[in-house]
Design a protein around this ligand. Structure first.
Ligand code: PEP
Ligand code: MG
Length: 860
């Protein structure tokens, strides 16, 4: 695509887009360009092209050039509401036009009276490139050059020419950062090229950002797994590209719905401590507010309400020099306070402070703020305008994580405004020890400055579970609920509260008996956990002597060691992905064999179930370039990927076959949907055995985690030596709900009767062929589910190491007869909630289902 020169379509005053009183235009969400304050009343064509958009209201027009670029002109702001009054189209849709042709005639007086603003954005929409030149801050006449657009490559070439480099360089890379380019990685990128002499930009989805601007990088909206092009020019261009690539690709890889990392967060067992003791009586008095769990735990305390003072800056400034000085001073104060806080901070708190320091120095924010001062605004007004423009752009990306990063900018806005007002940089009033902090929202800097030791919990009306505040709370071990809604604002200082951040409830003023009961519950939970851990080394049997094996799900050698400490009777699922992620090449056969061998040794001869690589789809790895998929959860993953890359499968099989003693390991295949897949792997297994000279047989089992495999379990059971039911995926695929979907999280329940029916069918088929059936999904350690699974015929439960003592203790108090009765009843229920109400009794270990009230235990 070549360069495009646009001439002014109007006579008037050309101004920067930031001045348009509409965040869509000011934030360049539609495209880049300038705005013209018109003096004439005819809009002309700024270039040759074809009219491709001309709404009936005739308040805007879009031309498309022969090279496919689009130029949008929007007469005034909020003019669509005029319904065409005052506008006359001089062209029709589809008409070719030449530069300077009259397009729309408009009634300037009418617009001046009725439109929110006369400012008319002239934007280049789409195309990968940048505005190399724009005329603004001065009068323009029709036909004079207004802007020059250059394609991305040419932009870098120009930069190269400016910086004296012989050539501009570029490289396209995949972003391996889990959450894309958000604040922290953006800050790392800027830092990585800090000392280099090069102009560096990142391009994605047709947009370009200066790699030294954290804010501009964030507004690119690049997500984990996405692609970006790095362009650099100047003497240090090669080094800059290397440095940027190192940050983008050497970071923690992108986990996906089926990665161990994500599985861990959606695994109820890992998310919640096993079977917290049910309350002796439900907390019914007082209001109960429900929110989203941001940091798990349980707390009892009194409300400490956070009052935030708003600062409203004057609009008009006292002169450019004065306001610039004021802004510099205020920023210096904030910087000093942040640096001081950084010296005492560690972990996520230190990272938040680093991110704020980087944002404070951001060149884009600084240019924007100083631009506003140049237009006569006060330092405070200018800083706020600069921040809010970027906040609007981040929120407009429609990415919850990026929108949460906007909190950091708002935080910084407030810190600088307070410094300008001569107040100390935000300090939260010291809260009494044991307080539960109540606020509409909490900014990261406020939490960082709080004494975490004094906080028993945090409750916010707004916020998201992945915001910095939530991460900080979890890191500090403070139970926290967010998104509790405006009712939180009615809680008064010193109110007694019970914060149940296991189930997402806040009990307001529950009355002294319940507060006492909750305190006692905390004590008992702690004591019970200690007891269960002591008893966990014993073999697991039900109260009637029925043997149930409780094994561990592992993702590393460290997990294996923890599992043994917690009384695991072996490993029911080794997620081998841990060996393949976070690296540039697949692990060699020897490396795999050594690692499996170490884990086998750590298990001291107990069974080790090794699952073949469950990767692919939305869990990409660099050395395994998979085709891009519209619907990765339904694409190449699990055994499908292994059969597509048989070389990797063969290596893995040989590595497992080499582990000694020969009988300790068995092999498990993920995402099976038909028997042909099992046969194909078995053929390769036989060949691998021949290659390594092994004659001892090895068990080959399948995961039942698709509805298809559950429905053909009878066929599979003829050839698979064991089944392991992956309830995480089985639930996702049966209910057609993404296992990581935040809005559907509460409905994604494996106790749905549809899922239970598939489990029952699987267990029946397994027993008919004398095959063992295990559950290794999150349901295995759910105290409401485990009794029902046992009742359905499951005899092995495999769960996170930390959950094992609780699961064993629960099983020890049940009888098979009880569990089978509950299972039969569960299959007849009409919803997961009804099953939970029923099975709560099992978790409570008392009474009969028919006679008990709802008492569903905690569930992650
Ligand atoms: C499952 O799907 O339940 C399972 C155990 O596998 P993963 O969580 O690793 O996808
Ligand atoms: Mg799975």
């Amino acid at each position: 695509m070549s360069e495009l020169v646009l001439v002014s379509p109007l006579a008037g005053w050309s101004t920067p887009l930031e001045e348009v009183p509409d965040p869509v235009f000011a934030g360049r969400m539609l495209g880049d360009g300038v705005a013209i304050d018109p003096l004439g009343s005819t809009l002309h064509a700024p270039c040759d092209g074809e009219v491709v958009l001309l709404p009936e209201t005739r308040h805007a027009v879009t031309l498309r050039t022969a090279r496919g670029l689009e130029v949008l002109m929007h007469l005034g702001i909020d003019t669509v509401g005029l319904g065409g009054e005052g506008f006359e189209a001089l062209v029709v849709l589809g008409q070719p036009v030449r530069t300077g042709d009259a397009l729309i005639r408009f009634d300037l007086d009418l617009l001046a009276r009725r439109a929110r603003s006369l400012l008319t954005p002239i934007l280049v929409v789409g195309g990968t490139g940048t505005l190399a030149r724009r005329v603004q801050g001065c009068p323009v006449t029709v036909g004079e050059v207004l802007m020059e657009w250059v394609p991305a490559g040419a932009a870098a070439d120009r930069a190269a020419a400016r910086t004296g480099a012989r050539e501009a360089r570029s490289r396209t890379v995949r972003v391996a950062l889990e959450h894309g380019i958000h604040a922290r990685p953006a800050a790392q990128l800027a830092a990585a090229i800090a000392g280099l002499e090069a102009e560096v930009s990142l391009l994605a989805a047709g947009r370009q950002a200066d790699a030294r601007s954290v804010v501009a990088l964030m507004t690119l909206g690049v997500r984990g797994g996405g692609q970006v092009e790095i362009r650099a020019a100047g003497p240090d261009a090669p080094a800059a590209i290397e440095a940027i690539e190192a940050v983008l690709s050497a970071a923690a890889p992108v986990p996906a719905s089926n990665t161990p990392a994500r599985a861990a967060t959606s695994d109820p067992v890992r998310a919640a401590p096993a079977q917290p003791e049910p309350d002796p009586e439900p907390l019914r008095c007082g209001a109960v507010l429900r929110g989203v769990v941001a940091s798990r735990g349980f707390a009892v305390g009194r409300a400490a309400v956070l009052h935030v003072r708003e600062v409203a800056p004057e609009e008009a400034g006292g002169g450019c020099e004065h306001e610039t000085r004021e802004l510099d001073r205020a920023q210096a104060r904030v910087r000093a306070a942040l640096e001081q806080a950084r010296s005492g901070a560690t972990g996520p708190a230190a990272e938040v402070i680093e991110a704020h320091l980087a944002l404070l120095a951001d060149p884009y924010l600084q240019t924007q703020a100083r631009g506003w001062i140049g237009r006569g605004k006060s330092a405070g007004y200018a800083w706020r305008a600069a921040i809010r423009e970027s906040v609007a752009a981040l929120r407009a990306l429609g990415d919850a994580r990026m929108a949460e990063r906007a909190d950091d900018l708002t935080d910084l806005e407030r810190q600088v405004l307070l410094a300008l007002a001569g107040e100390s940089v935000p300090a939260v009033a010291a809260v009494p020890p044991g307080s539960i902090l109540i606020a509409r929202e909490l900014l990261p800097s406020q939490l960082v400055r709080l004494d975490a030791e004094r906080l028993a919990g945090i409750c916010l009306a707004a916020g998201g579970a992945t915001s910095h505040v939530s991460i900080l709370a979890a890191a500090a071990g403070i139970p926290a609920l967010v998104a509790l809604g405006p009712a939180v604002g009615e809680i008064v200082e010193d109110t007694a509260l019970i914060l149940d951040a296991e189930v997402g409830e806040l009990h307001v003023d529950p009355g002294e008996p319940r507060v006492e009961a909750a305190r006692a519950r905390m004590m008992r939970n702690a004591e019970r956990r200690a007891r269960e851990r002591q008893a966990a080394q014993r073999e697991c049997r039900m109260a009637d002597g029925t043997r149930i094996e409780v094994l561990a799900n592992l993702g590393s050698l460290a997990d294996a060691e923890a599992a043994m400490r917690n009384g695991a009777e072996g490993c029911g699922l080794l997620r081998t992905e841990f060996l393949f992620l976070e690296r540039r090449h697949a692990p060699s056969e020897t490396e795999q064999r050594d690692e499996y061998q170490r884990i086998a040794r750590a298990l001291a001869g107990k069974p080790l179930t090794i699952r073949t690589l469950d990767i692919g789809g939305d869990k990409p790895i660099d050395y395994l370039p998979l085709p891009r998929e519209e619907n990765p959860a339904l694409g190449l993953r699990g055994v499908r990927t292994s059969l597509w890359r048989e070389d990797l499968l063969d290596e893995q099989l040989r590595a497992v076959l080499a582990v000694e003693p020969a009988g300790q390991c068995r092999i498990l295949l993920p995402m099976i949907t038909d028997v042909a897949e099992l046969r194909a792997v078995r053929a390769r297994l036989l060949e691998a055995s021949r290659q390594v000279g092994r004659t001892a047989p090895i068990e080959l089992g399948v995961m039942i985690e698709t509805p298809a495999s559950a429905l053909i379990a009878a066929v599979l059971a003829r050839e698979a030596e064991f089944f392991s039911i992956g309830t995480n995926d089985l639930t996702q695929y049966t209910l057609a709900m993404d296992r990581g979907h935040p809005q559907l999280a509460a409905r994604l329940d494996g106790l749905h009767p549809a899922v239970l029916t598939l489990i029952a069918r699987t267990a029946e088929a397994a027993h008919a062929q004398g095959r063992g059936v295990a559950v290794c999904g999150g349901l295995a350690a759910d105290p409401a589910a485990a009794p029902i699974l046992i009742g359905l015929g499951v005899r092995e439960l495999s769960c996170a190491p930390a959950a094992i003592p609780g699961v064993k203790a629960l099983i020890g108090e049940l009888t098979l007869e009880q569990c089978e009765r509950w299972a039969r009843q569960a299959l007849e229920q009409e919803s997961a909630a009804a099953v939970r109400a029923l099975s709560g009794v099992a978790a409570g270990k008392t009474g009969e289902p028919e006679s008990a009230g709802a008492c569903a235990p905690a569930r992650g």
